[in-house]
Design a protein. Structure first.
Length: 567
């Protein structure tokens, strides 16, 4: 019995003296949220032009160590790697502009996002990409500040109006372009005529011998079908105004629609038709237009001297556009006013080279013979960089009477005052009498970085060939010709069919302005026989030169039209 009691006592003591150790709970394993992400390209095959915008957005929780983003782009047509990126980021988004997609064709984009904490937590997406510039092309977009830039913006916009008329205007007569009997594209221009934010084209039409050869037409861009639709937006459905020579896009009234100043001339194919006056084609603010012919110049002179090129710019500095009209031995500036018809012949400037037989006054009581004489056109440009528009007269150098007329600049003395004290004669392009040298359009820019503005002109010889002429301004304000700045690589031995309109803008997107032109005729004869539009070129600024290249390599939409309609 004692033994039993003793044993139980020992057990009791042992039990009371033992320290109880709690069990360690099992470690809690936190499951990392599976990676989920979206991209801006998840809608399917993505159309791109050269550069691919990529945005990756991760919606799953960010691991403490962040994500590894892996991007790979291959050109599947050749299995060539175009782009690769592996980068670790401590945020849930990645934004890239992937360049290098220069070749038209198919590309594969691989996007992989991996947790830096758990390599097995990863997600990959493969997306098809097509370099098809037209896939995302919606049209030639109008700049937000187009109204502030005004006429200069529209005259140098990159929409190829000559090609658009050739492809989409159907209501012109297919006639052989002998002499004057051709459908000229001099009286066309760009503008936003339905105020939808995309550029359209206007063609003022043509009549010869009193017969309509091309109707007045608006070619309106349709961003859905991606074609230009032929429309007549004139409220009374006028479809012909004679034989206009030039159209200037300009904002005349308070709405945001582009208005038009149409410079008329005499029908060269008929002596029966009188000189066409200047007309304004004015938006009504609702999508329609009204045409009004302006009776501005003296009637006796209007019947004698045919109109040609003109211009519209603010030369007085009052914020209102002024109108220049040229008629060879007579030229005029009609000052702008703020109300209809927007130009007035009260105290207008009338320049005449024959001051003995005709009254001639610059509007300030001074006679200016240099403002006329063989002047078939003119443009307002700031040549001396003083902030005021000067008048550069387009003059025929070779004359039947042997007189050597020269292109010349009348400097603006302030508020549109031009006189004989500030006339600059440009150097003769040719020393041959009756050489038939004519220049139609001019642009100014500082081409050599010396702070002085130089002049770019398009030149023609007897209406059959053309070339670019560069006038470099010297320290004393005079000019010298330096055509070494222009390199010809297309039709180098012969550049047929004169050009009348220059386009000076950045064509290839490198920030430098390039030189292009508007073709002067668009009949099928010219297109197919003389390759006028098939060999359309642009002079790209490369270093200190303008190098001639194929226009169509810089405009995919224009190239698609050429390839489709004129193979």
């Amino acid at each position: 019995m004692k033994r039993v009691i003793f044993a139980l006592g020992i057990l009791f003591v042992f039990a009371c003296s033992k320290t109880e150790i709690p069990a360690t709970p099992p470690a809690v394993v936190v499951q990392e949220e599976a990676i989920k992400f979206t991209t801006n390209l998840d809608t399917g095959t993505y159309n791109v032009a050269d550069t691919l915008p990529l945005i990756v957005t991760v919606s799953s929780k960010l691991p403490a160590t962040g994500f590894l983003y892996s991007i790979l782009v291959n050109w599947t047509d050749s299995s060539k790697q175009v782009f690769k990126l592996d980068t670790s980021l401590s945020n849930s988004s990645l934004s890239l502009n992937i360049s290098g997609l220069k070749k038209t064709g198919n590309y594969s984009l691989s996007v992989t996002v991996t947790s830096k904490s758990t390599s097995s937590n990863t997600l990959n997406k493969s997306i098809s990409v097509v370099n098809n510039p037209l896939g995302r092309f919606m049209g030639y977009k109008v700049a937000a500040n187009a109204r502030q830039l005004g006429t200069d913006y529209w005259e140098n916009s990159t929409l190829p109006s000559d090609l658009i008329v050739a492809v989409f205007q159907k209501n012109y007569e297919n006639i052989h372009p002998s002499g004057a009997y051709a459908v000229w594209t001099e009286a066309i221009c760009n503008g936003d005529f339905n105020n939808d934010g995309y550029m359209d084209v206007f063609n003022a039409g043509t009549a010869f011998g009193g017969q309509i050869k091309a109707t007045l037409t608006f070619l309106i861009w349709n961003p859905t079908t991606k074609i230009f639709e032929e429309k007549n937006l004139i409220n009374d459905k006028t479809n012909n105004i004679g034989h206009p020579r030039l159209v200037t896009p300009v904002y005349l009234n308070s709405d945001n629609y582009v208005d038009l100043v149409i410079h008329g001339m005499r029908d060269e194919a008929s002596d029966l038709n009188p000189n066409e006056p200047v007309s304004i084609c004015l938006s009504d603010g609702r999508g329609g237009y009204d045409i009004t012919k302006l009776d501005l110049e003296p009637k006796s002179l209007a019947k004698q001297f045919g109109h040609e090129w003109g211009d519209v710019e603010d030369v007085t500095g009052d914020g209102l556009p002024d109108l220049f009209v040229s008629a060879n031995s007579h030229t005029y500036i009609f000052w702008g006013i703020s109300t209809f018809p927007y130009f007035t012949n009260i105290n207008f400037a009338h320049f005449s080279s024959d001051t003995k037989n005709f009254a001639s006054d610059n509007g300030f009581g001074e006679v200016v013979p240099s403002g006329a004489g063989a002047a078939y056109g003119g443009v307002f440009l700031d040549v001396n960089n003083d902030g005021q528009k000067d008048l550069l007269l387009a003059v025929g150098e070779g004359q039947p009477d042997g007189i050597k007329n020269q292109q010349r600049v009348l400097l603006n003395k302030g508020k549109g005052r031009f006189n004989e004290t500030s006339v600059i004669k440009l150097p003769l392009y040719s020393n041959e009498i009756n050489s038939g040298i004519n220049q139609f359009d001019y642009k100014v820019d500082d081409l050599n970085g010396d702070g002085r503005l130089d002049i770019i002109a398009v030149n023609s010889v007897k209406y059959s060939q053309w070339n670019i002429v560069i006038y470099m301004q010297q320290a004393d304000g005079s000019f010298v010709i330096d055509n070494s700045l222009v390199e010809y690589n297309i039709n180098t031995t012969s550049r047929p069919q004169y050009k009348t309109r220059l386009v000076y803008s950045d064509i290839n997107g490198d920030g430098l302005k390039d030189i292009s032109y508007v073709n002067s005729a668009i009949t099928p004869y010219y297109i197919l026989q003389n390759n006028e539009l098939l060999t359309k070129s642009v002079f790209i600024r490369v270093g200190n030169k303008f190098v001639e290249k194929d226009y169509y390599q810089f405009d995919p939409y224009a190239k698609s039209l050429k390839d489709k309609y004129y193979k």
